[in-house]
Design a protein around this ligand. Structure first.
Ligand SMILES: NC(=O)C[C@H](N)C(=O)O
Length: 320
């Protein structure tokens, strides 16, 4: 039987609801009540690393978590790691791990939409499924996975799509890479992993700005004044911006602040196709980095990590 370590970090899966006080964190040891349910699938051990609502997670906690995951996976007797996490920033932590963990052993992130004492609590079920996936031979070499509501998603593609539904995690462009049924687990496609980035403490400040009709460059200029080290812009459609945002972008680039462009559309990649003012062609010529299929919050995590490498704009474009 495989040996899987479960690291708890907080989130609704570690919370309970009271009628007077709403949903709040609990003693994380309550999660250990799930351990007997895991016995048919793997030998498990639980470590309580953090007990945070996931809006309190920062890149520093992501780094501490990644270091612990890497340390555990280096041990030959450990076959995989499962992490329980709040769902609000789960995709950011999962993607952070995906970018920095070198090991091919399974890393699976899960959580819950309903806390421990709510009707239909999904935490225990998701945790059992996460351990089932982490103990599965085909889960190796796929990067960090997110297991939720009977589905297996890659950290690169998955995003939280619903404020409350238990089917909140979706991979809009490509769908899940696998499904769990009562009897088995099916994987449907392979994953092409990129070269991992170094596991370093991310100290760079990266702003995330969403474009909208009629916006100007005041937020970009504010980010420059506040000495942000990088800026991610969620652009319109295929990768286009209102012209009034461009002077701020030029200023950022002149001051060697990289600007990464992704789309506010949740499907597809950004490309330099449109040739009108503010269109992708002009942005590319200015030196804006195109962030492919990533959403804004993930491009921000990647830029934070990539900035530590002190790369040129051209080299940064290759990383993206
Ligand atoms: N379902 C959840 O876990 C949401 C919670 N607010 C969190 O992210 O910690």
């Amino acid at each position: 039987m495989k040996q899987i370590v479960i690291i708890t970090t907080g989130g609704t899966i570690a919370m309970a609801e009271s009628k007077e006080n709403g949903v709040k964190p609990q003693d994380p040891s309550a999660l250990q009540s799930v351990l007997p349910l895991l016995a048919p699938y793997a030998h498990t051990h639980m470590e309580h690393l953090l007990n945070l609502p996931s809006p309190h997670m920062t890149p520093n906690e992501m780094y501490l978590l990644a270091k612990r995951v890497a340390e555990l996976l280096d041990q030959s007797e450990i076959d995989g790691v499962v992490i329980t996490h709040g769902t609000d920033t789960l995709e950011e932590t999962a993607y952070f791990l995906d970018l920095v963990i070198q090991s091919n052993k399974p890393v699976v992130v899960t959580g819950a939409m309903r806390s421990q004492n709510e009707l239909g609590a999904d935490g225990p079920y998701n945790l059992v499924n996460a351990v089932r996936v982490a103990a599965h031979d085909q889960a190796s070499g796929l990067g960090t996975l997110v297991v939720f509501n009977d589905e297996i998603h890659t950290a690169r593609e998955v995003t939280k799509t619903h404020t409350s539904n238990v089917a909140t995690f979706q991979s809009p462009s490509l769908g899940p890479i696998g499904h769990l049924s009562k009897k088995d687990i099916r994987f449907y496609r392979k994953v092409i992993r990129k070269q991992p980035l170094p596991l370093v403490k991310p100290t760079a400040k990266v702003a995330l700005i969403k474009a909208a009709a009629g916006m100007d460059d005041s937020m970009i200029k504010w980010a420059i004044q506040q000495q942000y080290h990088g800026i991610v812009i969620e652009a319109l459609g295929l990768g286009n911006l209102p012209p009034a945002m461009l002077p701020g972008i030029s200023q950022a680039l002149k001051q060697d602040i990289p600007v990464v462009l992704v789309s506010r559309c949740y499907n597809g990649v950004v490309q330099d196709i449109y040739a009108y003012e503010g269109g992708g062609k002009q942005l590319k010529e200015m030196g804006v980095i195109f962030g492919g299929e990533l959403n804004g919050q993930k491009a921000r995590i990647k830029l934070m990590l990539a900035l530590q490498l002190k790369l040129s704009i051209d080299e940064l474009q290759k990383v993206f």
